[in-house]
Write a protein that binds this ligand. Structure first.
Ligand SMILES: *Cc1c(COP(=O)(O)O)cnc(C)c1O
Length: 422
């Protein structure tokens, strides 16, 4: 395997490794690009080799040092997934990564790997609509108690109330989304991790999981800030072209083991074609995210000055007075390219604006090369009752904009004419 990670003792950066890391052309007829291994199963060289692979795969014994784990069956492993996982792990400097067929598959498999009946799951609010539903409507049926707290409120103000509501029950995990979708409110990962780790059951460690879809894997590295696991909807920035649904989880070998094992038995892994598409996407990840991040600043500056825009939620505009400013400086590398803003005139105003857009597409999802706009209150977060939406800061006039890689002047021209119609 071509695993050179440094030249002359200098480590190579992730973007330099995305074209080659983990792939050996000699194993594939010299092909420069990793082929799609569109196969469900792999031939063993001998019965003894097959036996040895299964012993390791099913945890019947430890892997011997120097022993290469062989390929068995594409629900357990496949070259496209293994190479992709190796490359994805580099961005978060994680030991291990697992790829899934959707972001929801990554998140639900990770939660179920760690939660047992009677456990508390601490979570930030708002969460992505699908996660909110799973946490509040499915997990309680399994006897798991979700305890939520508002993103953006400093931990010092939250700790006493949160501890009281946990009421001495075992906290097995936390699910944090920061920045929160769609408000861009930040959670202090270190602050929550310290609290949650101190409230873990006596016999287990609490696992702090961060949904890093909005800023990762470039602009925020949760493992450096106290998280145990990083989760992604790889459908968004990692895939980056709005043409594939996928997810990922990264962490230490130890934290990943129960997740990887449950993935095998639930069958939530990604297929080889998804793996191949993401390998292709990773080659341009840094370029795409950097271009979109630069565009977003022009767009946010324009929106902030517009008379029909009431408020702009953009990480690059946090004021010195904001309690999130300190968290942003410590935890985030750049403000990313997600903006939400409030259009005058509530839902009717927001709808007039969305219907008038010509270049920007009216669609949910985010992180693609093209700019997308949607209305969280009636679309991605429609499942959340209006009173809860208001508490979470999701207002009727709110529009969420994912800024793409178009020319920023064309983007601003489209926003300007649509705001004229609002
Ligand atoms: C889209 C999204 C998800 C769900 O991912 P899918 O790939 O659609 O399953 C989870 N969290 C966040 C923050 C998202 O934006």
């Amino acid at each position: 395997m071509s695993k050179a990670r440094s030249i002359g003792g200098k480590p190579l950066r992730p973007e330099s490794l995305m074209m080659s890391y983990g792939y050996d052309p000699r194993l594939s007829e010299g092909a420069v690009k990793c082929p799609i291994f569109q196969t469900s199963t792999f031939a063993f060289e001998s019965a003894e080799a097959g036996k040895a692979f299964f012993e390791v795969a099913y945890g019947l014994r430890e892997q011997r040092s120097g022993e290469e784990m062989g390929l068995i069956y594409s629900r357990l492993n496949n070259p496209d997934l293994e190479i992709l996982e190796g490359r994805l792990a580099l961005w978060d400097d994680a030991e291990s990564c697992a790829v899934f067929e959707s972001g929801m598959a990554a998140i639900t498999t990770s939660l179920l790997a760690y939660l047992t009946p009677g456990d508390v799951l601490v979570h930030s609010e708002p969460l992505y609509g699908g996660c909110d539903h799973f946490v509040k409507h499915f997990l309680p049926r399994m006897g798991i108690i979700p305890v939520g707290f508002q993103a953006g409120v400093p931990m010092a103000e939250l700790a006493a109330d949160l501890t009281a509501r946990i009421a001495g029950r075992p906290v097995a995990a936390a699910l944090l989304e920061t920045p929160a979708n769609p408000t861009n409110a930040l959670v202090d990962i270190r602050g929550v991790a310290d609290l949650v780790h101190s409230l873990a059951p006596a016999d287990r460690a609490a696992v702090v999981m961060v949904d890093n879809t909005f800023l990762g894997p470039l602009w925020q590295h949760p493992l450096e800030h106290g998280a145990d696991l990083v989760l992604y909807s790889a459908t968004k920035f990692i895939g980056g072209h709005s043409d594939v649904i996928a997810g990922a989880a990264s962490g230490s070998v130890e934290v990943m083991l129960p997740i990887r094992t449950l993935r095998t038995f639930m069958g939530t892994m990604a297929g080889p074609w998804t793996g191949w598409l993401l390998l292709r996407s990773l080659e341009t990840l840094k370029m795409r995210m950097t271009a979109a991040m630069k565009n977003a600043r022009y767009v946010a500056d324009y929106l902030a000055e517009h008379p029909k825009v009431e408020e702009v939620h953009y990480l690059g505009h946090l004021s010195k007075a904001s309690p999130m400013q300190e968290t942003y400086r410590r935890q985030c590398v750049a403000p990313g390219s997600m903006i939400s803003f409030e259009v005058h005139g509530g839902e009717a105003g927001a709808f007039r604006f969305l219907n008038a857009l010509t270049m920007v597409k009216l669609a949910v999802s985010l992180g693609g090369t093209e700019s997308l706009a949607q209305h969280p209150g009636s679309m991605t977060h429609a499942d959340i009752p209006p009173a809860d939406q208001a508490r979470m800061g999701i207002t009727p006039g709110m529009v969420r904009l994912s800024v793409g890689v178009e020319h920023y002047e064309d983007l601003i021209a489209d926003l300007a004419q649509a705001l004229g119609a609002a």
